[in-house]
Design a binder for this molecule. Structure first.
Ligand code: UD1
Ligand code: CA
Length: 453
């Protein structure tokens, strides 16, 4: 079967008050249009056509890696006109599915049955009953409960406005039929637009059966016209994700203050405190605790590890029984081995921290390989950058580095070495020995503090 998906995204998005096309605005950190493209791919679309009106360059740039046909609708004359712009390039035998770039939560599971109906040379509509149908198009049925028309709210009379079954806008039909109908619609209506919805009456006139399917949830068909609606949809989406995760056993301290932008896999007894943002693909083992205000992106955190409040973890791996934070930052390529500890105001980048090693306070550990049972004192800095290139610091096992040392890379501190406080390590430090810089402490007898004039 040929399935061609047409995604409408030409609306001005006036109520976003934005210079960016509406469909580029993000939901959970991902442009709305991307969700719709993903849904189109998930249902095995043979081709995807996006009808755009504004910001074509931005759209094409953002989705340059996608196999999409871009169709420009220079003037927005209505949904029927928009679909008609894409029809020129469509194969007559294809099933056409119409989706919307500003209705991002649509699920493949709701689309499959629509496609099946269209495949049988019928017109398929996605409709839903809403308690508050607002200004959406109403589904008109005859006394045998057969769909005979869709009436736009602005064209509907008082009785029709009482109808609570609405048109989500999502439709599917064979291209050949759709082309015939779109050629016949006009704009004699309240908005002087070419309504896609008018194809329903034409299908009825042509004795083509019209059938409807309901989505699983109203969230799926929620459109976005303003930043308020975007934020509302974001919350609904997050609440739904939180509910699913909690049902699978995750402890979320407050589901109203939980954000997942991607995927989270987790074991038993994991807990996520308030205002945590989880991004990309994260994997937690058993009994992982993430404290308030943390951002965790593409991280693997193994059993019994704790992330204390306000820590940021990015593209990193944390072994079991580790502790990170509060106020720690793990930048990409950090790997903490079992039972290691990264404390407050410590930044780690592209480094391995060995088993049971610690950097508890105010340090920068970059491009370093740290052995096991190492203690990195407060304020220790790996000077990894010479202004042109980055260099490695290698620290052996059971090394003790006193407070406020600088390790000027490339440099190696061998096993069991001790570095005295305040030492600048320019040259390799030998094993088992104490390395210090020669410094002198003097006392200026009788010295007086300056006095304020
Ligand atoms: C449309 C439906 C209505 C349905 C509602 C669901 C029609 C005539 N009405 O109404 O029955 O209940 O959606 O949200 O179809 N667009 C274009 N080009 C255009 C016009 C619109 O690409 O020329 C796109 C918009 O970007 C938007 C979508 O089509 O994503 C819907 O357009 P809009 O004008 O908002 O239709 P509604 O009045 O919401
Ligand atoms: Ca709309």
């Amino acid at each position: 079967m040929n399935l061609e998906t047409v995604i409408l995204a030409a609306g001005k998005g006036t109520r976003m008050y934005s210079n960016r096309p509406k469909v580029l605005h993000g939901l959970s950190g991902k442009p709305m249009l991307e969700y719709v493209l993903d849904a189109a791919v998930a249902i095995n679309s043979t081709a995807i056509h996006v009808v755009y009106g504004h910001g074509g360059d931005l759209l094409k740039q953002r989705f340059s890696d996608r196999d999409v046909t871009w169709v420009c609708q220079t003037e927005q004359k209505g949904t029927g006109h928009a679909v008609a712009q894409a029809m020129l390039g469509l194969n007559d035998n294809s099933v056409v599915l119409v989706l919307y770039g500003d209705v991002p939560m649509i699920k493949p599971s709701s689309l499959g049955p629509l496609i099946d109906i269209a495949q049988k040379n019928k017109l398929a509509l996605l409709t839903i009953e809403l308690d508050e149908p607002g200004a959406l198009g109403r589904i008109i049925r005859d006394d045998k409960n057969k769909i005979v028309a869709i009436r736009e709210y602005k064209d509907a009379d008082a009785a029709e406005r009482q109808i609570t079954e609405i048109n989500t806008g999502v439709v599917a039909a064979k291209a050949k039929l759709l082309k015939q109908w779109l050629n016949r619609i006009d704009n004699n209506n309240a908005q002087q637009e070419y309504y896609l919805t008018d194809i329903v009456q034409l299908a009825v006139a042509d004795h083509i059966p019209v059938e409807s399917i309901n989505p699983q949830t109203a969230l799926e068909i929620q459109g976005v016209n303003s930043k308020l609606e975007l934020a509302e949809l974001e919350r609904m989406h997050q609440q739904q994700q939180a509910r699913t995760l909690m049902q699978q056993g995750l402890t979320i301290v407050d589901p109203a203050r939980f954000d997942l932008h991607g995927q989270l896999d987790f074991g038993r007894d994991c807990k996520v405190d308030i205002n945590v943002i989880i991004q990309g693909h994260c994997k937690f083992g058993d009994n992982v605790k993430v404290g308030p205000g943390c951002i965790v992106r593409n991280a693997q955190i193994d059993d019994d590890s704790v992330i204390e409040p306000f820590s940021i973890i990015e593209d990193s791996q944390i072994g079991s029984h580790c502790s990170v934070g509060p106020y720690a930052r793990l930048r990409p390529g950090s790997s903490l081995l079992q039972s290691s500890k990264i404390g407050n105001f410590v930044e780690v980048k592209n480094s391995i921290i060995g088993v049971n090693s610690k950097a508890n306070h105010l340090s920068y550990v970059g491009d370093a390989q740290v052995g096991k049972d190492v203690n990195i004192g407060a304020g220790v800095i790996t000077c990894n950058y010479d202004g042109a290139n980055k260099h490695k610091t290698i620290i052996g096992d059971n090394v003790h580095i006193g407070s406020d040392c600088q390790l000027v890379a490339p440099v190696t501190v061998s096993d069991n070495a001790t570095i005295g406080a305040g030492t600048t390590v320019y040259n390799d430090a030998p094993e088992n020995e104490l390395t210090v810089n020669k410094k002198e402490q003097i006392v200026l007898a009788g010295w007086k503090r300056p006095q304020k004039n």
